[in-house]
Write a protein that binds this ligand. Structure first.
Ligand code: ZN
Length: 309
């Protein structure tokens, strides 16, 4: 039983329209689902992914309008790493980001930058052999387009305490010091623990809320049982409508989710029109008229060049 890499990464934003500009407009991802936080339906939950809304490609945002900036610290994911097809793609992104006023840092085979709220992002050349999960943006050719997650990096002051849960319960494979890979039949995703900064962690805009790992539909309950037996405290299985989820903290303090690979975002929308209308889980459908007045208006993701913000 293996997890199929990263399912999604969820971050916090104080500026939902800004995420449309940045992730859809500039980075060229597709806004595949515009829904609400199932624990607080007055705020958005936005999903940016490849063209099909595949697990393995979606970075999602809970919006808390105007929430102050946070700061990644001990027990938090501090960097989200995406794949791109080639070294040339790094040059493309370096130019595109720089001309949009985003500061970049170019490494030999990586490009580092932050989104408008300070969330650290990295592009690396894809050497996984996994299927590239790409969106179809008019200004971003497929030979340079973002191709899904490579993984995440988190801060931990005690990475050795995470080892047993990661390796024995979750079947992550150690690939270096404080670095692991969750690799299934289809995809893999990496998890690296770095020494934390001295400053206290602070949840807020531009920080990651949790990272979700992908499970087949059939094995989901079994993962929950493994996590429980390993001494973590998983939530019951929660039906998120587009997938089913359990949540728990791994021993370094990072909030993990294990999410199923189905039913997926076409559960309530056609592939062609994903993300265009506000999608509400059935139990919130009766609030639709009210929510329309409360939720922040968003720009059209595909008419935005991303360079105006
Ligand atoms: Zn999640």
């Amino acid at each position: 039983m293996k997890l199929e890499g990263v399912h999604h990464v969820t971050a916090i934003t104080g500026d939902a329209p800004g995420t449309v500009e940045f992730y859809a407009g500039l980075l060229g991802l597709r806004l595949v689902k515009k829904t609400v936080n199932q624990d607080d339906p007055t705020v958005y939950h936005l999903f940016y992914a490849d063209e099909r809304g595949s697990a393995g490609s979606d970075i999602t945002f809970f919006e808390y309008p105007g929430v102050p900036p946070g700061r990644a610290g001990d027990g938090m994911v501090h960097r989200v790493v995406f794949r791109v097809p080639t070294l040339d793609a790094l040059d493309f992104w370096d130019r595109r980001l720089t001309s949009a006023g985003v500061e970049t840092q170019r490494g030999a085979d990586a490009l580092l930058f932050s989104d408008r709220e300070g969330l650290d992002l990295e592009l690396v050349v894809d050497r996984s052999g996994d299927e590239p999960l790409q969106a179809d943006h008019p200004d971003v050719p497929l030979d340079v387009a973002i191709s899904g997650f490579e993984g995440v990096r988190a801060y931990s002051s005690m990475p050795e305490t995470s080892k047993a849960l990661l390796e024995d319960a979750l079947a992550f494979e150690a690939v270096g010091e404080s670095t692991w890979v969750a690799r299934g039949d289809q995809r893999g995703g990496s998890y690296r623990l770095d020494p934390p900064p001295r400053e206290r962690p602070l949840n807020g805009a531009g920080t990651v809320h949790h990272v979700a790992w992908a499970s087949s539909m059939d094995e989901h309950e079994a993962w929950r049982e493994r996590v429980r037996v390993a001494g973590a405290s998983p939530t019951p299985v929660i039906d998120r409508f587009y997938f089913r989820s359990i949540y728990f903290r791994e021993p370094s303090g990072v909030l993990f989710e294990i999410a199923t690979l189905g039913p997926g975002f076409t559960a309530d929308e056609d592939l062609a029109t994903l993300g265009q209308a506000l999608s509400l889980p059935p139990n919130y459908e009766h609030l639709r008229d009210k929510l329309k007045d409360v939720l922040t208006p968003l720009p059209d993701p595909r008419s935005s060049s991303g360079t105006s913000a």
